[in-house]
Design a protein around this ligand. Structure first.
Ligand code: NAD
Ligand code: DAU
Length: 335
């Protein structure tokens, strides 16, 4: 199978490329990424020697560039991870979120339709469902939960999802969508909660916790998400949405305290700061559909996954130090 992975130099995309090279060594993987601030070629550079892996620097908003890539490569399957993904940045500067997440998705869908892709998979998020109240632990997001977004980021992801489903209904494009909860693991850009707190704790800096720290996220080890996308590509039904999550809800404060304790640092490093605007209170996925229809189950417990993640950041300190000093941006693919 010839697989086009867009956004493969980011956190989940780079983990997915590695996962697929292991899980489906017969597949040819072409990774396309614009290498924005969140794209990091250092996360992929060791794969250059693998004949099943190739990389193209490409912006999914560039219609002509995307068309030329599809004309030359004719990917059978497209998995779109490319997005602006950080909620705080979307609150500061929404425009690029609409351009990449909505218009970029539209460019990819059009190319997938014109060149007859056998599957277009959109990597979406549980944030399209909005949030749940803290005092109703019985409530979960199902695939039928109405879209009810809070931030420019989640609104742009929901708009993209609707466009993907419209391409199925109108043009019969064989699409699937996954809506996953918060991921954590290696290669996570240190602006997001878990890697940011690990890096700050290692430097004995203050750990900024928004609001009261009681917001809840439903954490999933990134490789479990990659396995879920793989099983949707293999056995998912065109036109369907699959929620992905492992019933692993934690408050932000619990997560931060776990990191401090694992690193032997004092909780006095915690600093409560101004809350995020429109801050979603709780996310919680009901993964019944993907479990029942595709037999997917998470394999990594949080206690193990967070330990592995912290170890990875300790051992691979040059990876995030290059982000902090900006030198990662000069690691580029060979022409
Ligand atoms: P990320 O920010 O780490 O990576 C995004 C990648 O997309 C980067 O490599 C970036 O260079 C690339 N990109 C951005 N704009 C582009 C453009 N215009 N053209 C081509 N490439 C572009 O994001 P992530 O956390 O790996 O998330 C990947 C996908 O998964 C996103 O679609 C996100 O909405 C979704 N998602 C993320 C999580 C999570 O917890 N991180 C959970 C559920 C869903
Ligand atoms: O749920 C899936 C989503 O998870 C993805 O769609 C997004 O792309 C991804 O970034 C993530 O969004 P969150 O907003 O949940 O992740 P973030 O790491 O930014 O924040 C997690 C929680 O931690 C959230 O409640 C805000 C809080 N937080 C975050 C940062 C960066 C803090 O308290 N302090 C911080 O410094």
């Amino acid at each position: 199978m010839k697989l086009l992975v867009t956004g493969g130099a980011g956190f989940i995309g780079s983990n997915f490329v590695r996962y697929m090279l292991d899980a489906a060594p017969e597949d040819d993987i072409l990774c396309a990424d614009a290498l924005t601030y969140a794209g990091n070629y250092e996360s992929l550079v060791d794969l250059e020697a693998n004949p099943k892996f190739r990389f193209r620097e490409l912006d999914i908003r560039d219609k002509n560039g995307v068309d030329a890539l599809f004309a030359a490569e004719r990917p059978e399957v497209v998995v779109n991870f490319a997005a602006e993904s950080h909620v705080d940045r979307s609150i500061e500067s929404p425009d690029v979120f609409l351009e990449t997440n909505v218009m970029g998705t539209s460019v990819l869908l059009e190319a997938a339709r014109r060149y007859g892709a056998e599957r277009y998979h959109q990597v979406s998020t549980d944030e399209v469902y909005g949030d749940l109240p803290l005092d109703r632990p019985d409530l979960f997001f199902t695939e039928e939960t109405p879209l009810h977004t809070s931030s420019p980021y989640s609104a742009s992801k929901a708009a993209a999802d609707l466009l993907v489903l419209a391409y199925h209904r109108t043009y019969d494009l064989p699409v699937t969508i996954s809506r996953c909860s918060n991921n954590y693991g290696p290669y996570h850009f240190p602006e997001k909660l878990i890697p940011l707190m690990i890096v700050k704790a290692l430097h004995d800096e203050k750990l900024p916790v928004y609001g009261d720290g009681r917001n809840v996220r439903d954490w999933l080890f990134v490789r479990d998400h990659c396995r879920a996308v793989h099983s949707i590509l293999a056995d998912g039904k065109a036109g369907e949405v699959y929620n992905v999550g492992g019933h692993n809800e934690k408050t932000n404060l619990e997560v931060v305290k776990t990191i401090l304790s694992a690193l032997g640092k004092s909780e006095e490093l915690i600093e409560f700061v101004e809350d995020r605007k429109g801050h979603d209170r709780r996310y919680a996925i009901d993964p019944t559909k993907i479990r029942r229809e595709l037999g997917w189950e998470p394999q990594v417990r949080f206690a193990d996954g967070i330990g592995k993640t912290i170890d990875w950041y300790v051992k691979n300190h040059t990876w995030w130090e290059h982000i902090l000093d900006g030198s990662y941006a000069s690691v580029r693919p060979k022409k």
